[in-house]
Design a protein around this ligand. Sequence first.
Ligand SMILES: O=P(O)(O)OC[C@H]1O[C@H](O[C@H]2O[C@H](CO)[C@@H](O)[C@H](O)[C@H]2O)[C@H](O)[C@@H](O)[C@@H]1O
Ligand SMILES: [Mg+2]
Length: 264
Amino acid sequence: MTYEEQPEQGEAQPAPPNEPALSALSLYPQEWALFLDIDGTLLDLAETPEAIVVPPSLPFALQALSRQLDGALALVTGRAVAFVDPLFAPFHFPVAGLHGAERRDAAGRLRRALIPPAFQEMKRVIAQEVGAWPGVLVEDKGAAVAVHYRLAPEREGDVAEAMQRYLQEAGPDWILQHGKLVVEICPAHASKGHAVEAFLGEPPFSGRRPLAIGDDVTDETMFGVANRLGGQSVRVGTPSGKTLARASIPSPARLREILAALAK
Ligand SMILES: O=P(O)(O)OC[C@H]1O[C@H](O[C@H]2O[C@H](CO)[C@@H](O)[C@H](O)[C@H]2O)[C@H](O)[C@@H](O)[C@@H]1O
Ligand SMILES: [Mg+2]
């Protein structure tokens, strides 16, 4: 198993194309744990959060791969955990949701994030104010709220300004998370990197090398953890900025092809 060495731990570089990065999974399945982002990684991006399409064969490929890895496969997403299971039915994979703020481990134990009453009220006000702008969508995710402007890109500045204002109101327990044509307010204590570390502290993930695959800035924390722990990091698509990922795959469609081949 050979990988290109990186110059410095933590130093962001453009990721070189390196699809063979995934072949280690089939060569040494007992050594690896796989952490997969959903939107823009496993699934093509869609115009709205609800419009995503899950190819029918994908859940079965993931299940076969999970079995090869003795269950050491987890989904690590900005979506809420409750949203994820129906996507990958009939399977229930270990999953970290809301960028790591909630997590269901391999034993099925779910750690939820609290939704304080003040945050509940703030989501209502955001939906009322920002949700009234044509083309702007407010996604209530429980302990996080996302405002999407994919259908109204000219509203980027307005959305950023409004969410910054709401963040001030929410206080220090919350952070802004920028994504692909979306700005979110999420719990500050969590990150995808922390979620990957938490999985790696438990069976069947413990003792394995993490392979993290994602497409967006929120995935950079799990790339950093994977690199630090002797694993591998893969960014899907062409990153707009620099990335900690050590390899890249051109598209979700290509990743699905590779995963399907590995699952056989
Ligand atoms: O961490 P991920 O699994 O990648 O989730 C990140 C966010 O994905 C979703 O928004 C993005 O995908 C939508 C559907 O393709 C797209 O319409 C939107 O523009 C993207 O930002 C999801 O709606 C968010 O809740 C996730 O945090
Ligand atoms: Mg993504």
